[in-house]
Write a protein that binds this ligand. Sequence first.
Ligand code: M6R
Length: 620
Amino acid sequence: MCGIVGYVGPQSALDVVLEGLRRLEYRGYDSAGVAVLADGGTATAKKAGKLANLEKVLADSPLPESTTGIGHTRWATHGGPTDRNAHPHLSVDGKVAVIHNGIIENFAALRAECEATGVEFASETDTEVAAHLLAKQYAETPQGPGRLAEAMRAVSRRLEGAFTLVASHADEPDTLVASRRNSPLVVGVGDGEYFLGSDVAAFIAHTREARELGQDQVVEIDRRRGLTVTDFGGTVVEPTAYTVDWDAEAAEKGGHDWFMLKEIAEQPQAVADTLLGRLGDDGQLVLDEVRLSDQELRDIDKVFVVSCGTSYHAGLIAKYAIEHWTRIPVEVEVASEFRYRDPVLDRSTLVVVISQSGETMDTLMALRHAKDQKARVLAICNVNGSTIPRESDAVLYTHAGPEVAVASTKSFLAQIVACYLVGLVLAQVRGMKYADEVAAIVEDLRRLPDAVSQVLTRMEPVRELGRSLADADTILFLGRHVGFPVALEGALKLKELAYIHAEGFAAGELKHGPIALIDRGTPVVVIVPSPRSRGSVHGKVVSNIQEVRARGARTIVIAEEGDDDVLPYADHVIRVPRTPTLLAPIVTTVPLQVLACEIADTRGYDVDQPRNLAKSVTVE
Ligand code: M6R
């Protein structure tokens, strides 16, 4: 949610900043803007719409050469996506430039305070108050090194809400300062140059050396003085250093038309990498960071899985596996509801938070609520060093690599694998499964990358089907057992990419109301469980296909190889390899991703950057 880039060093700041913005555009694309410090002043350009619009503006009216600059891509919260509301925002004298990610919750009071002193606001944003407050505070701060950082600390102490702020001052042309609370910020350290970014993609083309900024900290990057980090009170702190384990190429499209297609194609690797090194020589499963003892894990008597969007769907799948393997009750809840209903939590509750980005505000707040109630928190996350894993008691990273397309694909599959591993760890620690039983399931997991590869080789008919569905008004998705969350995910993918009304249902629920939606030709995608599934769930789903077909539906069936029971009732069959029931979502999800992508592409939409969305949602 909003991409932030800052640069201080010998290169052309504008080039570095624009390149960073290109890589961060997935975070928000309502407008974009830049500011550079040159000739004793601040030169800015900003434009509503995608970054390409700003680039056109810059081509017509170039900014002066500079070695210090900031840039922003916006996902609008306060004030519409207009030129005026695009960042950077300037102080009245034009000397301070500010970019911001987050929401300053007390901005109305601060705005009134500024207006009372005669400040006229140029935008409707909450951000602009920071520019005016900073200019005032700077004027009141004694001259000397670190003056802008000191002013930033004073302003930050007054702000409520979530913010990453980056600011420059025309009188300090070699300096940038940034402040963070509840919003992400990383620093890149190059050779005589420094970078600021909402995430490492902002500077990965230049350096892999990064510093993680903690909560309520301010950083100054200065060409001569280097890097200084303090807390909001001014006490110097040593930031955590780390080396980014992927390179710039990982964040390129690599010959694919869309990042999403590349990321779909990377899924076998994402699944394999998430499993890699997780099974120790003694058959014991290994988590990345566990600040919980085996005894604490043994004491757990209830699990909550809390997450949003696609990550929530991974949680729904986790429930089936964790309950089956551990017999511990599991509740799954969307993070935005969790803390507001006062869930029953205590020391023996494990809250598993799942987040690709590690910075989703709803999930972060749920995590903090769980910790306040003394629950143990385990994070499943794709972005190293992000806030959610940092604040959790235990972490399992999904090694899916950078996911740029707004629609989650490879991170979803990796999250499901990670959830299976959590289930197996719990089962093992609690003595519900012997090491050899766990190893047998891990062997099944190890076959998944090949199974996903097989699915991917058969996607041409799915693309063709997608093209034929591009004019549909409604597409419904049905599934039972673990197929139900897959149906929800298929519907979400289609909504977010193709803007088609889509809904996922538990197949058995259909007859209780939603079946009324079925009209002649309504496409209905059915995820059919394996004929080897427990109970008669397979037969029930085959009956559900017949029910919708009898009412005129066009049935699209995802079924295991060799399952011929579906043939009489399927208008289209998409085959997936035979896979153990609990693991089947790893293969059945893939055609749904491809289908949504193809439909969106056929309708002429931007698959990677769907309207109104942003990759990581850092506001509640
Ligand atoms: O980064 P997170 O996994 O916490 O993000 C959660 C959701 O915002 C995310 O899964 C969203 O639903 C995706 N756009 C779905 O494709």
